[in-house]
Ligand binder design. Structure first.
Ligand SMILES: C[S@@+](CC[C@H](N)C(=O)[O-])C[C@H]1O[C@@H](n2cnc3c(N)ncnc32)[C@H](O)[C@@H]1O
Length: 1021
């Protein structure tokens, strides 16, 4: 396996030269990193969500919105910082400093909210002496000296009018102090509330962190006044030099870009050249210096002007009256087998909702075909009728002389199946296109026709107003222009393919690439583009500049035979919205001016300081070293990058610009990490083994992956093992869902595994492992809940709720299991690195899986609900634990069924359905005391004779108005014989707990619970 030789990033070695800041090289050499001890996952999830919701406003998205699965910059930044920061003996201070660095503290939040407005501050903040901060305008005018108050309540008279006084900051109040005062208004706002209105930290710029450095330096012993300085000093303290961060699965470059923004030296590599190109763009366009950016923009404007002149000279896009074609709409046409008519295949006849335009099919019986006329300003009834087209659920439908003809596309295409090597393969009678084809041939089953054009008025030079647009029926002149385009492209195709301006490669069959071949007969990538598109993109691509290449990728995503026309919004949707290459019956084609839009894209600009290298290499063959690796490998076939990106590679592969010429312009499908089976594990191991080799002994890795199912943990343990690594921590973040609020423990999110090299060859056996696992789980959970308690006792922090939720604590179980397991090389005499690579036997649980199950069960059992004493918890049966735990969750409004399922599994409840009133996915709920009625009282129930069931029964009776003494007698009888007297404390605790948890949901049951608890207690006195 080969990889491109990499010019190493030069480093100053501060183990031999003192660092100018005075920090001591290698003083943190073996210190655990912050991310191995804590991470404020809740706040981070909120910021991740904010970044995701920014959509196209995300910093790097404009470089290639077709790239799916971008890892948010804020998460990547957190990973870099938390890998470099040390853990100290003061975790709360560690947390504070981390939050300062992430712009999560109150002062930063005030800056993110631009909140330092005096009149707003005094309206809500408690300030004993406002004159310490503000001067009143007009001077001497009375306002109260202590806030809160509303300035509008203290007006002064000017020219007979009441005017509210103004407050101005005193000149001796620093900007930081202003924000500190502004932050007093946050007393009741949670981080979640505040973040909703705030800018993202990265949007504020350097002033966001101007207030943090003294506190940061004090805590860390550094001498830094910017991120690059801090990162360098932490790197020197840990590794002896400015730290290097690498990502071997760089994709769109989100991880390496975040590291470079912080000032790290960065290596970014990927197998796929499109990924390398986007990463390059992140560094060299978004991250370019101001001068370089201006040069790129000049170069792109020149390109646009040149291509426009060439198209104008051909006269194929203008109507000759000052209007240009903006969007051309095409549809397939087929010959209806039952009528012999040529019928346009239109899933809808709608053309534009905003302009009330639809396509009217006008019969031409003499020629057995339809003209298509556009009707503008149509009535609502006409538009409604036009929603239906000739294509309906797989059929082509039209009427001739009142007779309906319905024929399926499948029958028109001649679909059939054939057995090939015992497998059914779909075939049809479509002609497979030749390399020289650009349009369907006359005798093909399908043909294609232009059926509408959206025109845009050309405005005079310098007029930046909004140009009017209109839709028009296709005329003979339009068709003549179409023929000219086709003829021109046919005449030049071979030459352009030769020069690499348009694609010349075959579409390799595959999961995602089969569809265009099978459903249209398109065999080469250029067949996915019509002549007009080939002409525009071919001319643009003749420019072959690096930025131009990146822009071309963006433009291709919006104009191909696969681009869906969105008549609801007068726009063309992007092809890669669903990460597939779906063929469609009608599509939109951008005119040149519209196509050239992205070429003048206003990309974000954040010049970078560190050194960066982009390398085209499979992860298992990298030839560079790095202190930190942060990676997000493909998992579970989420996106088949190696197939779908061939759509772009086909355009870019020949004669790439110098910057990209060392890369392998091929998707190298066979080398891609993919799937989730044995081969996936082998290729992951090869990659992570190589990274472990290329990392110093005190190096650190963060491996990100999307949470899927239980098996993944065993997979990951095996991969880590066989790669010579060990897990030191695991974190769970909500990243993929539309809600950053925890809705249950199995919400789709991202897991961060923190990895170190496994040094030495430790041995253990299963028995010792079990004890160690139990201890580790207990320690992790106690540590996290301990931090929750500390936070809860801090008046400022308490409002944000727990630092770690149940999902994080459950995660602690997995983390503990992986941590303990992967520390050992040999278990029961077996070499685990080898054992890990053994193919799985379906249906058989491996040792690793059993140990992981054991650890997670242990952790789940420790999840004592808040408000219940641990001693009570330990006396309960599994079904009782489940009931009381879920009651606690319901009291927080958590009603996701998967959460109930997970806890039922964790607590070993056999039939949790028996305890449920509702099992809907998002509205799951336990039975109340009344819902239970007399159910679950017999021997077959998991709640039989348990204190919890007896209490619930008693609550039902009390709510039914029964006498307390009678109810307590009944309660006695519902328990095991003689159990009542020894269980009285337990019964009281359970009743009080239920009372508290159902207070809001079921006040009557809550009041019955209080009566019962008091009753049992009084009886004892
Ligand atoms: C999940 S994506 C990474 C996404 C990236 N973190 C981002 O934010 O855009 C996985 C990447 O792994 C790359 N890849 C797949 N197999 C690879 C291999 N064997 N070596 C290197 N990269 C590979 C894919 O091309 C893809 O870019």
């Amino acid at each position: 396996m080969t990889s491109t030789a990499v010019t190493p990033i030069p480093k100053v070695d501060y183990t031999t030269t003192p660092h100018p800041s005075g920090v001591q090289a290698l003083s943190l050499k073996d210190a655990p990193a912050l991310i191995e001890s804590l991470l404020p996952v809740q706040k981070l999830s909120i910021d991740v969500y904010k970044e995701r919701m920014a959509g196209s406003g995300q910093t790097l998205t404009a470089l290639g919105s077709y790239w799916k699965g971008r890892k948010p910059l804020v998460l990547n930044r957190a990973c870099v910082l938390a890998s470099l920061l040390p853990v100290t003996d003061n975790p709360i201070k560690d947390l504070e400093v981390f939050e300062l660095l992430m712009g999560m503290d109150d002062v930063s939040m005030s800056k993110r909210l631009a909140r330092a407005k005096p009149e707003e501050i005094v309206r809500t903040a408690k300030i004993p002496d406002i004159h310490a901060y503000f001067v009143v305008d007009p001077p001497g005018h009375y306002v109260p000296s202590s806030a809160p108050f509303n300035v509008n309540d203290y007006p002064y008279l000017k020219n007979g009018r009441e005017i509210a006084p103004k407050l101005r900051w005193r000149s001796d109040v620093s900007e930081t102090k202003q924000h500190e005062v502004a932050a007093l208004t946050f007393e009741f706002d949670t981080y979640h509330d505040l973040a909703a209105d705030a800018k993202r930290a990265e949007e504020v710029g350097d002033e966001l962190s101007s207030h943090i450095w003294t506190r940061v330096n004090q805590h860390l012993g550094t001498n830094a006044f910017s991120f690059p300085e801090l990162v360098e000093q932490l790197g020197v303290m840990r590794f002896g030099h400015r730290p290097t961060v690498a990502d071997t699965f760089s994709g769109s470059g989100q991880i390496p870009f975040a590291a470079a923004q912080l000032g790290c030296d960065v290596y970014a590599s990927d197998l796929n050249p499109v990924a390398c190109m986007l990463t390059w763009g992140a560094f060299n366009i978004v991250g370019a210096s101001v001068e370089r950016r201006q040069a790129i923009e000049r170069e792109q404007s020149e390109l646009v002007a040149r291509v426009k002149a060439e198209i104008d000279a051909l006269g194929i896009e203008s109507d000759g009256n000052g209007w240009r074609g903006k969007v051309y709409l095409y549809c397939l046409e087929v010959t209806c087998p039952s009528s012999g008519w040529k019928v346009p295949v239109l899933p809808t006849r709608m053309v534009s909702k905003s302009k009330s335009v639809y396509a009217k099919l006008v019969s031409v019986p003499t020629e057995k075909r339809y003209d298509i006329e556009l009707v503008s300003d149509a009535t609502a009834a006409e538009m409604k009728a036009a929603e239906q087209g000739t294509y309906r659920k797989g059929d082509v439908v039209h009427f001739v002389n009142g007779v309906e003809h319905v024929n399926s596309i499948a029958s028109i295409r001649g679909d059939y199946t054939e057995m090939v090597h015992g497998k059914k393969v779909k075939r049809n009678r479509l002609r497979m296109w030749d390399k020289s084809d650009v349009v369907f041939r006359a005798d093909d089953i399908f043909s294609e026709r232009l059926y509408a054009i959206q025109w845009i008025k050309e405005l005079p030079e310098g007029d930046t107003g909004r140009a009017p647009t209109e839709y028009r029926t296709v005329t003979q002149s339009d068709l003549d222009r179409e023929s000219r385009v086709t003829a021109y492209v046919q005449a030049h195709l071979a030459e352009w393919q030769d020069k690499g301006w348009v694609p010349d490669t075959r579409i390799e069959p595959g999961d995602k690439t089969d569809e265009p071949i099978r459903t249209r007969g398109w065999t080469h990538w250029h067949h996915l583009f019509n002549p007009r598109q080939l002409l525009s993109f071919g001319l643009i691509n003749s420019g072959r500049t690096a930025a131009g290449f990146i822009n071309l990728g963006g433009a291709l995503n919006y104009s191909a035979r696969l681009s869906r026309w969105a008549w609801q919004r007068d726009t063309i949707n992007s092809i890669f919205d669903n990460q597939a290459l779906n063929t469609i019956y009608n599509y939109g084609c951008r005119g040149l001016i519209y196509t050239l839009g992205p070429y003048l894209s206003n990309y974000a600009s954040t010049p970078l300081l560190g050194s960066v290298r982009v390398i085209s290499s499979p992860a298992n063959a990298i030839d560079y070293c790095s202190d930190v690796f942060i990676t997000d490998p493909p998992y579970g076939d989420a996106v088949k990058y190696e197939e779908i990106l061939e759509f772009f590679i086909a355009w870019l592969r020949r004669n790439p610009p110098a910057e990209f010429s060392n890369w392998t312009w091929d998707s190298r499908r066979e080398l891609a990490v993919k799937g989730e089976d044995h081969d996936f594990r082998l290729s992951m191991v090869a990659a992570y083994k190589r990274m472990a080799e290329c990392m110093p002994d005190n190096g650190i890795q963060i491996l990100m992956f999307t949470h899927q199912d239980g098996n993944i943990w065993a997979d990951m343990a095996n991969i880590v093992w066989a790669s010579g690594l060990r897990v030191t921590a695991a974190w769970y973040l909500v990243t993929e869902t539309d809600s950053a609020l925890r809705e249950g423990s199995y919400v789709k999110g991202t897991i961060l595994l923190v990895l170190r090299k496994r040094l030495g060859a430790k041995r253990t056996n299963q028995t010792d492992l079990a004890y160690e696992l139990e201890d580790e789980v207990a320690e992790q959970i106690q540590r996290l809940t301990g931090m929750n308690d500390t936070v809860a006792s801090d008046s400022k922090r308490a409002k944000d709720g727990n630092l770690f939720e149940d999902a994080d604590l459950q995660m602690a179980g997995y983390a503990a299991a992986l941590k303990v397991l992967t520390k050992y090389s040999i278990i029961d005499g077996k070499d685990m690195a080898q054992e890990a690579l053994r193919p799985r036997v379906p249906g058989q649980k491996t040792l690793v899986e059993s140990l992981i199950d054991f650890a997670t069960d242990t952790s789940n059992k420790m999840l004592v609900p808040l408000g219940l004493d641990e001693s009570v918890w330990h006396e309960l049966e599994p079904a009782e634990r489940f009931y009381l735990k879920m009651l606690e969750q319901e009291s927080h409004g958590l009603n996701k069924l998967d959460n109930y399922q997970n806890f039922a599994k964790a607590f070993a409840v056999r039939n949790f359905s028996a305890l449920m009133a509702n099992e809907h996915a998002n509205k799951a709920a336990l039975r109340s005391a009344q819902d239970f009625g007399r159910a679950e009282m017999n021997q077959s129930s998991e709640l039989y004779q348990t204190p919890t069931r007896a209490v619930l029964y008693a609550l039902m009776d009390l709510q039914a108005g029964k006498d307390l003494d009678v109810v307590i007698k009944g309660l006695e009888q519902n328990l095991k014989v003689g159990a009542f007297y020894s269980s009285r404390d337990l019964l009281v605790a359970i009743a009080r707990f239920i009372g508290k948890k159902v207070e809001v949901m079921r006040p009557d049951e809550a009041s019955a619970a209080r009566v019962l608890a008091d009753g049992i207690e009084n009886q004892r006195m």
